[in-house]
Ligand binder design. Structure first.
Ligand SMILES: [Zn+2]
Length: 174
C-alpha cells in the first residue's frame, strides 16, 4: 500500500468526499482514534460511508433513528480488511470529535485528524487494521508534526467510550 501523503490525501486511500468539513484555522497536533459500525457489529455494508455523505437511509435499521440530522465525518475510515477510505483532506477539519477537550483546549476538530476504525467497542480489531493504521500514523506524524494520539473517550469522557478496551495501543508502538 502507498501511504505517501500528497495534497493532504493518502496515496492508496479511496477518496469519497464528505460535505461535513470546514476550514482549518490552526495547525494539527493530535490524532483521535474512533470506532464505528452501522448497525453496530455489522461490517458488510456501506452505511458508514453513507452517513458521512449525509446519504444514510434512516429507515434501514431501528438504531439509525438517533443519527437523524447528525452531520459527521472523519478524515479516514479503516475497514476490517485494512483498506482506507478518506473523506476529508487533512488540511480541512473533519467533524468527528464533537464537544471535546484536550489539554484545556476545547473543540478538538480544529487541531486534530480523526481516524475511524470499522468495529465496535466490544471486539478486537483486525491485524490488517493495525497493519494499515501504524504506517498511516507514522506518515501523519512525519507530515504534520503530530504530538499526541488519543481515543475519542479521552477527549469526550462523559459522552464517548470508543475505541474501547479492545483497542491495543501497544501495537502502535512495537
Ligand atoms: Zn468516536
Amino acid at each position: 500500500m502507498n501511504f505517501e501523503i500528497k495534497d493532504h490525501l493518502i496515496g492508496s486511500a479511496e477518496f469519497i468526499e464528505s460535505p461535513n468539513n470546514s476550514e482549518r484555522n490552526c495547525s494539527i497536533d493530535l490524532i483521535v482514534i474512533h470506532c464505528i459500525s452501522l448497525p453496530e457489529g455489522d461490517f458488510l455494508n456501506s452505511n458508514v460511508i453513507d452517513l458521512f455523505q449525509n446519504k444514510l437511509d434512516f429507515n434501514k435499521h431501528s438504531t439509525f433513528e438517533t443519527l437523524k440530522g447528525l452531520k459527521v465525518s472523519a478524515h479516514l475510515f479503516i475497514k476490517r480488511d485494512g483498506k482506507i477510505i478518506q473523506f476529508v483532506p487533512f488540511d480541512k477539519c473533519a467533524w468527528h470529535a464533537g464537544e471535546s477537550s484536550f489539554n484545556n483546549r476545547e473543540g478538538c476538530n480544529d487541531f486534530s485528524i480523526g481516524i475511524e476504525l470499522e468495529g465496535t467497542v466490544d471486539q478486537e480489531f483486525t491485524d490488517k487494521q493495525y497493519e494499515t493504521l501504524k504506517p498511516v500514523i507514522l506518515k501523519l506524524k512525519e507530515e504534520y508534526g503530530i504530538a499526541d494520539i488519543v481515543g475519542h473517550s479521552d477527549i469526550a469522557p462523559d459522552r464517548k467510550v470508543d475505541p474501547g478496551p479492545h483497542f491495543n495501543w501497544d501495537k502502535l508502538n512495537d
